[in-house]
Structures are given as structure tokens and as C-alpha cells.
Write a protein that binds this ligand. Structure first.
Ligand code: ADP
Length: 384
């Protein structure tokens, strides 16, 4: 139920039960709740507990009369703006006794009550109240949307700062390297510098490629070059691309290929990129000498690819977030090696383009992680 369709309360105050019942019967309809009070004191109690769209006050009551009750209402922060209709038996003269006009709407109705007149007066107030609730709900929605935009904006700002920083380091290193190469240095030294510059350039190109890919995917500009392809071919390409990283980190790499051929309708390059990205992360976020396992199998018409590592793991509260763009586990930043938290967002998008899904499991800190990619396979019957 939205705020705008909540039942609207109205308050009837009269010392005579039969008047209360008659007024209730006159005004009651769907979407309205009637609150009844036999005295001013009872009415004030009800007003403390309920939000009220309209109060109908009998002026002549023993004890606190209708005007006194209205004065109390105007003096209270909560009840001050409630529109009041006084029900009077006396002459118009009496109306001057009430002084609280400046605060909220006030109207008078004479006894004997003319039903249509009262109903249409009351309806005006109910409609106003409903509109006010609607405006409030819209205002809250707008406020939430504005807040989300502000958050996204801050996110972008800090991302730009990180990006600039990450680009500056390799650029500075490259320009330093070039400067040295222009000097008179030994062939060994210059070879060493070239290797390092080459590595920097590769890192930089990957970063820029990932950034471009992400923006292309989010603009719907990446289209898959699908073909009928066997999963093992994709896995082999991925291993080839990541082998260097796995070796460099000193891990043992275990490959458990599927026992039978699994055919996919997939983009070879993109899916290999997905698996290679997961292997690179496994290598990156596992302390030297760990084990990284790549396995695959067919299950219920779905190709299931798993990358498991014995690394630093992912805290439970971060597991749903790491697929968001720019999301990184704070404590892992030292190990991110200049990563920007783009890789997994891209992986997730590429898997989704293949009609698949990715999930992560990790028992927590230093307990390793397992990433599972599921992609629909071509059923045997479709192969002929
Ligand atoms: P990046 O590695 O560039 O920071 P990713 O999008 O590839 O960005 O990964 C997002 C975050 O998820 C990483 O910063 C890291 O905290 C966490 N993460 C990814 N893979 C692993 C893994 N195998 N083990 C532990 N943490 C991981």
C-alpha cells in the first residue's frame, strides 16, 4: 500500500451517541476511517494517536465545548492544521467566538444538518488531504532519486580521481624509461628498461581496453560474435592468456577439463576473456605458492565453469557487491595491482550477454574463493 492509498481518518466529536452514529453514517465511505469521541478530552487523546484529515466538532457539549477543544487543537503542533467543521445549533453570531482562524481551515454547519451540504464540504477536505499525501509521497520519491544521483555522482568523482592516479603512474614510468633510453647506457640496462616499459604499456592498454569495453556494454554497443564452439577450446585460450600471471605468482595451476565435449553458442574471444579474467584475479588475490583450479562440466544443459583459488577470500558482506563496477574490497587494495574494480563488472556483463550468470562463494578471510560461471549449452539434439 502506498502512502497515498492509506485510509484517511476523520474525527467526530459529539456528546450524544446518536449524533455520532448519524454523522458517521452520513460521511462513511470506502477509504475513510471514522474516529468517534464523546467529549473534548477523548478527542484530544485520539488526536495524539492518529493523523486526522478533518474534525467535525459539536459546539455545545458539557465540559469542554467545541470552541475550547478547537483552541486546544490550534495550540498543538500535531493538530494545529487539521481543518475543522463546527456543528452549531445557534445563530451565526456565535461563530465570532472562535479565534483560531489563522491556523487552519474552519467552516460551520447549522443543525439540522443538510446531508448533501455536509458531504460535499467534507469531501473537499478529504480530497485535499489525499492530494497532500500524494505530494508527500512524490516528494519522498524525488528525494530518494536525488540522493541516488548524488551518490552516483560522488562515485564517479572518486573513480575519476583513482583513474587519473592509476594512469599517471605508468605514464610517468614510461616517460622516465624513455628518458633513460635516450641516454648513453649499457645494452643490458636498456634491454631491462625496455622489458619494464613493455610491461607497463601492456598494463595500460588492458586498463584502457577494459574501460572501453565497460562503456560499450553499458551503452549496449557490444555485440557477440557467436559461433558453435566447444568449451575446451575456450578454456585453452583462457589458460594461454593467463599462464604467465599464474606462473609469475608462483601458483600451482590445476586444470580439470570436462570429460565430454560441451558445445556452446558463444563468442570465443569474449568468453575466453571472462575465464582469463577470473584466472588473473585468482592469481592476483592468492599469496604466492597457492593453488588455482579451473574445472568445467555440463549439468542439466548448462556449462558450468569454476575457478577456485586458495587465496585471501572475500568477506560475506562484499560478495554481492564485487560485481558492481568500481567495487573493490577495501582490505585487498594492496593486492589489486593497479586494478580499478572494473574486471568483474565486465565479466558479469559478458556472461549475461551469453544468457548466463556468475556467482561467487568464499568462506571468508583467507579461505579462498570460487567463481562459477553458468552458460546454456547447445543440447545434443541440436547438434545434428
Ligand atoms: P580489480 O581486481 O581490478 O580490483 P575486479 O572487478 O576484478 O577489480 O575485482 C573486484 C574486487 O573483487 C577486487 O578488488 C577484489 O577485492 C575482489 N576479488 C576479485 N577476485 C577475487 C579473488 N579471486 N579472491 C579475492 N578477492 C577477489
Amino acid at each position: 500500500m502506498t502512502m497515498a492509498d492509506k485510509p484517511i481518518n476523520f474525527l467526530l466529536v459529539d456528546d450524544l451517541e446518536e449524533n455520532l452514529l448519524a454523522l458517521e453514517a452520513l460521511l462513511q465511505r470506502e477509504g475513510l476511517t471514522c474516529l468517534k469521541a464523546r467529549s473534548g478530552e477523548e478527542a484530544l487523546e485520539l488526536l495524539l494517536a492518529h493523523e486526522v484529515a478533518l474534525a467535525l466538532l459539536d459546539v455545545q457539549m458539557p465540559g469542554m465545548d467545541g470552541f475550547e477543544l478547537a483552541e486546544f487543537m490550534r495550540g498543538s503542533e500535531r493538530a494545529r492544521h487539521i481543518p475543522i467543521i463546527f456543528v452549531t445549533a445557534g445563530s451565526a453570531d456565535l461563530q465570532r467566538r472562535f479565534r483560531g482562524y489563522e491556523a487552519g481551515a474552519v467552516d460551520f454547519i447549522q443543525k439540522p444538518i443538510e446531508p448533501t451540504a455536509l458531504r460535499s464540504k467534507a469531501n473537499v477536505f478529504f480530497d485535499l488531504h489525499r492530494q497532500r499525501l500524494q505530494i508527500q509521497a512524490q516528494r519522498d520519491e524525488l528525494e530518494a532519486a536525488a540522493q541516488a544521483l548524488r551518490r552516483a555522482d560522488r562515485h564517479k568523482d572518486s573513480f575519476l580521481a583513482v583513474l587519473a592516479h592509476e594512469l599517471r603512474n605508468p605514464v610517468a614510468a614510461l616517460s622516465g624509461g624513455l628518458h633513460l633510453l635516450n641516454k648513453d647506457i649499457s645494452p643490458e640496462r636498456s634491454q631491462d628498461i625496455r622489458v619494464r616499459m613493455d610491461r607497463m604499456l601492456t598494463h595500460l592498454s588492458h586498463l584502457v581496453d577494459d574501460l572501453l569495453d565497460v562503456s560499450r556494454v553499458s551503452q549496449g554497443k557490444i555485440s557477440l560474435k557467436r559461433e558453435r564452439i566447444e568449451l575446451r577450446e575456450i578454456l585453452r585460450s583462457a589458460i594461454e592468456a593467463s599462464q604467465h600471471n599464474l606462473d609469475a605468482a608462483g601458483h600451482r595451476f590445476v586444470f580439470e577439463p570436462p570429460g565430454q565435449a560441451i558445445w556452446l553458442d558463444a563468442d570465443h574471444t569474449r568468453l575466453a576473456q571472462v575465464v582469463s579474467n577470473l584466472l588473473n584475479n585468482a592469481a592476483k588475490y592468492t599469496p604466492s605458492g597457492g593453488v588455482v583450479t579451473l574445472s568445467a562440466q555440463a549439468r542439466d544443459g548448462v556449462a558450468e565453469i569454476k575457478v577456485t583459488d586458495t587465496g585471501i577470500g572475500i568477506p560475506p558482506e562484499m560478495q554481492s557487491r564485487i560485481f558492481e563496477i568500481f567495487a573493490q574490497v577495501e582490505d585487498h587494495l594492496a593486492k589489486a595491482q593497479g586494478g580499478l574494480g572494473i574486471g568483474l563488472a565486465l565479466v558479469k556483463q559478458l556472461v549475461a550477454l551469453h544468457g548466463g550468470a556468475i556467482s561467487v562463494e568464499s568462506a571468508g578471510e583467507n579461505m579462498g574463493s570460487t567463481f562459477t560461471v553458468r552458460i546454456p549449452a547447445i543440447a545434443d539434439g541440436d547438434l545434428a
